[in-house]
Design a protein around this ligand. Structure first.
Ligand code: NAD
Length: 490
């Protein structure tokens, strides 16, 4: 399928980049160009920010009755549900993931719109008890124009995960999708218009990070940046935004531990541990890629992981049997292969490998076979750096304390999983793990009603849940002097 040339969206108009330059978009399963999009730069970002600024400052969006804003978000959710098949197909072509996963992403995006739509009419302030001759009103207000920068692993879900709370808070926004995966974001404008979102409330500029993304972060008309992406870029964004004391939320990478105690239900632990590493081709920020297994079950655990690996079906995401698609790009395929080489060089042993797709049509796709490494230790790159590919590293442990020490031995702190049938142990260990999400007897669920975000260098701030909405709000204290005496100073 060829998606042709897709324009950006500024002030409710489909526009080209002012430079006229474009970016090719690839189907990662075949390595072929399937679309072109504008290569927006600082001039385009400036137009988009002005449009968002006008929609905000004029009160067109934030000044609209809450129930009307709620209705628009709920209508948008309905439209997304209606269009789920076409959106999911586009997502598969754009980022390679299996169709079932893409459908789940679209469904969750619709739910997120409903969830935050519901919040619009429930954002109450507070009246704290202060001086009896005065009243303090604590009101929540939208922060203003939000710059939203997203990665390529969940293109549509991430876009909605940021747009929905921004709009619910009363903010307007400029979205910069990842240069690799702009297609589902660019499908949004017609749905936004059908839902009667006013012009300027959502603007979408495609382009590279160091041009369009950088310009969005630096623009003085942007009040906050919500960024999801790599640690390296997140660090750079935080430094740049600091010059304007701009609010920044950061959802960054991870190297999540997965601790398996010997008393667990092994069937469940193996299946979900493997899922937690290999789903979405391992291109998951919270992938539980550091697997720490208690000694008595170490060998059996590995045998069962081998079986799981042989059940993975690699291929084109649109094929109904496919459970693992290609990586996002040639560049990323090389990066993952570099990590694998370094694991061998450091002395890790490849215990098992999955198989590459046997379809000759896919020879130019960016596939990497899933792999399991043993003989690893915490000094190796494979145990310290985010690979963002289907690579599991497994090491044994003996005591609970040792497991916690190994799990926390990382600069990241996005998520952690632990497996045990002992509830007291589960809670004690969960409290000691330095991670924003701890899964007990599970891996990867991230319900949108609960907050998501990282400890340590996995980020700052939270996305999703009520906390995700609060990131887009300012707090104002209005003090009213109620003293009725004449000339009585407060
Ligand atoms: P990336 O940091 O390279 O790019 C992310 C986005 O930032 C893209 O839109 C890119 O164009 C933009 N960008 C790049 N340089 C920029 C700059 N100088 N200024 C402004 N924007 C810039 O990340 P990626 O390779 O697209 O995504 C993979 C990373 O995302 C992984 O590290 C992964 O862990 C992380 N991630 C985190 C979460 C989470 O919830 N914590 C979720 C998904 C992905």
């Amino acid at each position: 399928m060829d998606y042709g040339y897709q324009r950006m969206y500024i002030n409710a108009e489909r526009v080209d980049a002012q430079s006229g330059q474009t970016i090719d978009v690839f189907d990662p399963a075949f390595g072929t160009v399937i679309a072109r999009v504008p290569q927006g730069n600082s001039s385009d970002i400036d137009q988009a920010v002005r449009s968002a600024r006008h929609c905000f400052d004029s009160g067109v969006w934030p000044g609209r009755p809450a129930r009307e804003r709620e209705r628009i978000l709920l209508d948008l959710a309905q439209i997304i549900r209606r269009e789920r098949d076409i959106l999911a197909q586009t997502e598969v072509k754009d980022c390679g993931k299996p169709l079932a996963d893409a459908l789940a992403d679209i469904d969750e995006a619709a739910f997120i719109l409903e969830y935050y739509g519901g919040w619009v009419t429930k954002l109450n302030g507070e009246i704290p008890p202060t001086n009896p001759e005065a009243m303090s009103l604590i009101v929540k207000e939208p922060i203003g124009v939000a710059g939203l920068i997203i990665p390529w692993n969940y293109p549509f879900l991430m876009a909605i995960q940021k747009i929905a709370p921004a709009l619910a808070a009363g903010c307007t926004c400029v979205l910069k999708p990842a240069e690799q995966t702009p297609l589902t974001a660019l499908a949004l404008p017609k749905y936004l218009e059908e839902a009667l979102l006013p012009p300027g409330a959502v603007n979408i500029v495609t382009g590279y990070g160091d041009e369009a993304g950088e310009a969005l972060v630096k623009h003085p008309g942007v009040d906050m940046i919500s960024f999801t992406g790599s640690l390296e870029v997140g660090r750079h964004i935080q430094k740049t935004a600091a010059l304007q004391i701009k609010r920044v939320t950061l959802e960054l990478g991870g190297k999540s531990p997965n601790i398996v105690f010997a008393d667990t239900n092994l069937d469940d632990a193996v299946a979900k541990t493997c899922f937690g590493v290999f789903w979405n081709q391992g291109e998951v920020c919270s992938a539980g890629s550091r697997v720490i297994v208690q000694e008595p079950i170490y060998d059996e655990f590995l045998d069962r992981v081998d079986n799981y690996l042989s059940s993975i079906k690699m291929g084109c995401g649109t094929h109904p049997d496919t459970t693992m698609g290609p990586l996002i790009s040639l560049e990323h395929q090389k990066r993952v292969q570099e990590h694998v080489k370094s694991a061998y060089k450091d002395g890790a042993q490849c215990r098992a490998k999955g198989t590459l797709p046997d379809d000759s049509a896919l020879i130019h796709g960016y596939f990497v076979e899933p792999m399991v490494f043993t003989n690893v230790d915490m000094t190796m790159r494979i145990m310290r750096e985010e690979i963002f590919g289907p690579v599991m590293a497994v090491m044994p442990f003996s005591t609970e304390d040792e497991a916690v020490t190994l799990a926390n031995d990382t600069p990241y702190g996005l998520a952690a999983a632990l497996w045990t049938n002992d509830i007291k142990r589960a809670l004690a260990v969960a409290k000691k793990l330095r991670a924003g999400t701890v899964w007990i007897n599970d891996s990867q669920p991230a319900p949108s009603e609960a907050p998501w975000g990282g400890y340590k260098q996995s980020g700052q701030g939270r996305e999703l849940g009520r906390m995700g909405l609060e990131e887009y709000l300012e707090t104002k204290h209005i003090y009213i002097n109620l003293n009725r005496g004449i000339n009585t100073p407060e």
